[in-house]
Design a protein around this ligand. Structure first.
Ligand code: 5GP
Length: 186
């Protein structure tokens, strides 16, 4: 791996607002790229293949694992999620700041492979706020919301393993704090 660029893990429970923060971040910093994951989850309303995720079948995902295309992957809820390897090393060699929007197990794997990685955990302002965001999204059924809340609790316990914890109470502030972290490590 070239260490010209900066690799940053961006974790946080489902519903903590990672997508919104990262959407704002790429608008204000042209050196930031967000890695596109592959998933077997079905697209939510408004999600586009090749823009939010690469949506594939379980069979295709398993083929990607076998051919060594994934740098890490997990089973989260009932679906697989994984990070394709090639773009990461290319962007780092180009000096980009590469953000991996991944959950805590994937983060553990990346820390093993890239010891210089920086990690940020995005925390919701409260458990109640997290539930409200998940339910308000309208894309998940009651079973899925309960499952995501349970995973969220276990993920938040792991927040202290991260280099930085940012509370996403006000979007603008969360974006500024994330930018500060990036600038500190460039
Ligand atoms: P969602 O279904 O809400 O888009 O994502 C569920 C969880 O999977 C989120 O915590 C998200 O960060 C995580 N995730 C998305 N892509 C990847 C990936 O490629 N690898 C890992 N380990 N987690 C991912």
């Amino acid at each position: 791996m070239s260490n010209k660029g900066v690799l940053l893990i961006f974790s946080g429970p489902s519903g903590s607002g990672k997508d919104t923060v990262l959407d704002e971040l790429v608008k204000v910093d042209s050196d930031v790229v967000v890695s596109m994951s592959v998933t077997t989850r079905k697209p939510r309303k408004g999600e586009v293949n090749g823009e939010h995720y690469i949506f594939v079948s379980k069979e295709e995902f398993e083929k990607n694992i076998e051919s060594g295309k994934m740098i890490e992957y997990v089973q989260y809820g009932e679906n697989y999620y994984g990070t394709p390897k090639d773009p990461i090393d290319k962007w780092l060699a180009e000096g980009k700041t590469v953000i991996l929007r991944i959950e805590v197990q994937g983060a553990d794997r990346i820390r093993e492979l890239y010891p210089d990685v920086i990690s940020v955990f995005l925390m919701p302002p409260s458990v109640r706020a997290l539930h409200k965001r998940l339910a308000g999204r309208g894309s998940e059924d009651e079973h899925s919301i309960r499952c995501r809340m349970e995973i969220a609790m276990n993920e938040m316990i792991r927040a202290s393993d991260y280099d930085y914890i940012i509370v996403n109470d006000r979007l603008e502030e969360a974006v500024i704090h994330t930018l500060d972290v990036i600038k500190r490590h460039r």
